[in-house]
Design a protein around this ligand. Structure first.
Ligand code: NAI
Ligand code: MG
Length: 352
């Protein structure tokens, strides 16, 4: 019997609606499958917690999280109580950084029953591996002088270690998928870091002779995400390029309410964190109409992380069938509630 120990942080707004719905699905999977269980320990860390305690999480919060195998998070943010930069930095980013979650992965695919803004979505199914700890998002640089002499310098930081670990993760993922890896580059315009990125990519690919590779400049690559998304399998990108590509990926799928994400700790020393792309959606919170698919698909990514890929695939197939059968929330053109969608997914899992 495998017992997966999960730290659950529903957070704010619709996080408090979609996390219980997704946990219900996870527990149903465990019941149906047998041989595994999910032991979820819930932490109330959120903007409400801040209102009561003056901080987003207790002092020993990070230590507490470290004994878990994964963190399952809803969304953080309630600007009517706490400024967004505080809730973001003191909880979400604190966890990502302290737990050394150096890779962010986000899949995007043509989803049955969903209207993609693409006129011809062509069954695309891709996943972006984004370096999540360095690159263009560094604090190195500064500003000097005033008025017309004012200037700013922003340095990008690319370490061999950071690039290599993102790339190896992407190669290993491509091995399990369709064996095609695209590297996002811009070595024609960015003089130092991108040729460095390319040379590391070219070194590493020798270790993966069965993977077909391509390097594509980020401008053209962004356009291909819209015109030919079906040509991609796995894409590895620096922090900034990955940030942009994953937003395009989410957009061509058709709704922010379904997009999942994972922040991965590569060493296994700290837990990885699984959270949907969307935020706390205060505009619809409390109405019971939040789309639970982003959170449930995120649970599927957690299953993959636990090497329960077969179960994860079954779950994703069922989510798509339910959407295709028009049991869906209003953001994607249906009229079902959060619980009607998640209960239907549970019922179909039980009928397997
Ligand atoms: P948001 O993602 O919460 O909402 C944007 C729009 O999408 C809203 O109209 C919302 O109703 C809709 N939406 C989002 N998720 C949905 C779902 N599951 N089902 C149906 N509709 C959905 O982004 P927004 O409004 O910019 O931010 C609201 C709060 O969430 C802020 O405090 C922000 O800082 C926080 N936030 C937190 C994130 C996180 O925890 N990772 C990510 C993004 C925002
Ligand atoms: Mg972004």
């Amino acid at each position: 019997m495998k017992n997966y120990q999960i730290a659950t942080i529903p957070g704010d707004g619709i996080g408090k609606e979609v996390v219980p719905a997704a946990l219900n699905v996870l527990h149903t999977i465990a019941d149906v499958h047998g041989g595994l269980s999910f032991v979820s320990t819930e932490f109330p860390w959120s903007c409400d917690y801040y209102a009561e305690h003056g901080k987003m999480m207790p002092e020993n919060g990070m230590e507490t999280l470290q004994s878990f195998e994964a963190i399952f998070l809803g969304a953080i943010g309630n600007p009517s109580i706490v400024a967004d930069h505080i809730s973001l930095w003191d909880l979400l980013l604190k966890i990502r950084r302290s737990c050394e979650q150096s890779i962010n992965i986000r899949p995007a695919k043509y989803f049955k029953g969903l209207r993609s803004p693409l006129t011809n979505p062509n069954d695309f199914d891709l996943i972006v591996v984004r370096e999540n700890s360095e690159g263009e998002y560094s604090e190195i640089g500064g500003r000097i002088h005033k008025n017309e002499n004012e200037m700013a310098i922003q340095n990008a930081v690319f370490t061999r270690r950071g690039c290599e670990s993102a790339m190896r993760y992407a190669f290993n993922l491509a091995k399990k998928r369709n064996k095609y890896l695209t590297s996002a580059t811009k070595s024609n315009g960015i003089f130092h870091t991108m040729p460095f990125w390319d040379s590391i990519f070219n070194d590493i690919k020798k270790d993966y002779p069965d993977i077909e590779t391509e390097s594509s400049h980020i401008d053209a690559l962004s356009a291909f995400f819209v015109t030919q998304p079906e040509k991609f399998d796995v894409i590895v990108a620096s922090n900034l390029f990955g940030d942009i590509l994953t937003d395009i990926g989410g957009a061509v799928m058709g709704s922010i309410g379904i997009a999942p994400a994972a922040n991965i700790n590569l060493s296994g020393k700290y837990p990885s964190m699984f959270e949907p792309v969307h935020g706390s959606a205060p505009d619809i919170y409390g109405k019971g109409i939040a789309n639970p698919i982003g959170q449930i698909w995120t649970a599927k990514m957690m299953l993959d992380h636990f090497n329960e890929e077969e179960l994860g695939q079954k779950l994703l197939d069922i989510i798509e069938e339910v959407t295709a059968d028009n049991i869906k929330t209003s953001d994607i053109g249906g009229n079902s509630t959060t619980l009607e969608v998640s209960n239907e997914i549970c019922n179909r899992l039980k009928a397997l």
